[in-house]
Ligand binder design. Sequence first.
Ligand SMILES: [Zn+2]
Length: 477
Amino acid sequence: MAQHEDGELIDHHCHGLVQRDLARPEFESMLTEADAPGPPGTTLFDSQIGFALRRWCAPLLDLSPHTDPDSYLERRAALGYEEVHRRLLTATGITTFCVDTGFQPEPLTSAEQLAAYAATNANAHPSMTADPGTSAGTGAGVGTGAGVGTGAGVGTAACGLEVTRLERIAELAAVDVLTGQIGVSHLADTVRARLDTRAPTTVAVKSVAAYRAGLELPAVRPTEREVAAATRTWINEIRAGAPIRLHDPVLHAFLIWCGVDAGLPVQIHVGYGDNDLDLTRGNPLLLTGLLRALAPTGVSILLLHCYPYHREAAYLAQVFPNVHLDLGLAIHNTGRGSAALLAQALELAPFAKLLFSTDTYALAELFLLGATLFRRGLARFLDDGVADDAWTSTDAARVTRMISADNARRVYSLPLASSSLQVPASAAHDLAVHSGTSGDDPARGPATRGQSTHGDAPSNDATRGEATRSQVTWAGW
Ligand SMILES: [Zn+2]
């Protein structure tokens, strides 16, 4: 049996959590990528993720594994969302959260708040030290419904870091053009300047081109003239009544190159997502030309989620030295099937090229499921290899550390301090990024998806017209 650790996880791509209690219809709507409930008489709980939630999350709420959905949600409401966040996040073993703050249809937890929920102390909830009597026995230390934590009773710190959404930077600059604060010819330079401003406090940029124009982006870096022409066309479309929603391949490619020029790793949404996405345009092979052009820069490219194109992404990760992938979102949605998914990605992807992420959005349960199912799937893959004498248990333990945390630490130049499960609280505080200072105004009320209430720097908000701001629509994460 391999000597896997139930150790540190770095979640290199996730989002914040909803900060309120949820009734069942709303909870179900946030459980999957569906934007509508199933046919009458059916429930989204009858799915891989629904069954996984009942199995792995229920014990953290003092319930039996496999508790029915109504009982689970009743208990969740009784505990209140803050206690649920705390229990589920401390149980994940995630020590670092890289948070995409660019999609916030309502105020979500900041990177720093996530880290605070995840920090454990000597008085961790009793479920954290529960007898692992229900262990599935993988040797990965994840067999108990309550025992995926790392060192309950020891006291662990966590930190939160920010990932900047590229399209949002451009769309906010477009608002400045529309309100006359900058000329249309200055949009590109404004985007560059704002990325430079953010570079010291953000660990990566992210592109949602897959949701907008698809991934068939120009293989050659767009010229200044091409960027200027595409910008004028886009602004004219908005003035003619179109929403402020960037969707031009030239501008998406321009933004990616801006991230590269700023020296920031570039996360790119690939494959699976909500129904705002045309999945055929999310195949990462469509990026091949651009990836070939980006390779000489040496800047890391992170292909996010990837399902069902995880084998294609694994190929790209093998042949391009700077390309990496993750299976976030797909891991928790495929539930018990995620072990096969991990094994398929690792058929070809070098072990140094796969990163752990959850792509959690809104529900703390997704952090718990992402972590638990990842650990179990990876353990199964590595244990099988040890049993087959394909590698040693020492190799397996090392690969676990790589995929769980060390690959992310290398890509994002994260300090070694975060590798310790006993980071001094002061050091974690130094690492934490106050995402609220560069993100959304928490004072604004909740909004539904697609109805943005976003602003940028508060100093600019006051001068922006409400009519213009209401045109801003955000989609996809
Ligand atoms: Zn995401």
